[in-house]
Unconditional design. Sequence first.
Length: 388
Amino acid sequence: GDPAGGHKVSVCKLSHDSHIGSVGEAQLDLRLFSRPLDFTFSYTGDQPVFRKAGYTITPKGIKAMPQAYKVKGLPGGESIRTLTMDKVVPSEVQGLRVWRAVDAKNNTYTVKRFALTEFDPRRMLVNELDGLIDCLQQHAITPLDAFLDRLEVVLVLDDMGGRYLRDVVERKGKLPEQNGSIVLRQVLQAVRHLHENKLRVHNDIDARNILVLKTGEVRIGGFCYSTRNVGAAQKFAGPYVHMSPERLLGLDCGVASDSWSVGILAMELLCGKPAYDMARFSGPNALFEFKKMVVTEPSPSIKRGDDYSDEVRLFVDSCLHKNLKLRLPVSGLLSHPFITKYESFMPNFLGRWISKENKPKRRASIISVDDGGKQESIFALLQKASGA
């Protein structure tokens, strides 16, 4: 064989006569190297199948997994054809489509479709499944099953009647400190297990990936960008809004990147709005300008004078140090005063707050005026005026 490896291919040969009579000649050679496929996919015959990284997925569901894990499957009588796709969830990746779905009994699900014809969605499918399995079951969104559907794999996740944190913040506004602490405590517990026992970095800790059940229990998902064996290869990938400076710059990164994302999450939960004003960044240079801001400007923080405790401000600052040596690891964040201060508050305290609907205040009803010798409330007078 050729010691240089590969298959030598002569693409073209060019020659020309120069003005001094000599002949010039150039030949372009390429070497073709075969790259072994890391997956197999067959849709011929009567047994379509997709295999990758120890997973075997068919139209009837997952048939093999690299780790000991038993999927629950969809409820009896339900299939990916009977679910109603209720809401489209925006996705930044070509070949990945996401929906919120419901069945006939109003059970709710998240449905993700991964295109098998694209490299990134295939990789993200494996990352998602691996991450959900690596996570402790009491901390993870439950994968019910995955099905091969033509040129896609459809992953169905059980929402268990919960709400995603992004929806909670949009509906309820900022979380009281004790509720924010309850959420962050559970997120940190889940991530600590991944870091210490599975050597996995989540890389996408964000309110859109965190589910809160009616009981106040928190489940994390969104493992598409998660990685094992952290090192030089784990660089810029995924939504950049909650990325640490080192990830944005494409530098070597690791578990400290998740601590940064927790800080960005804490600001969104406790302030009721994203840490950054993304309206500042638009057009073709948006990503460059955002990177420049994160790297060169001071980290976002909760300013003194705002209606927040010192513990909250210091917690956020501990997450958002640009110096990796000063940024607290997840284990350190779990022992931070902002977390320990509210450790006696159980998840059901959060669950009751989320389930409680916001009621309009009727402050005017207690104010009285003199209406022809009769004392009546402003609220009653307004009702009369409107013909109520």
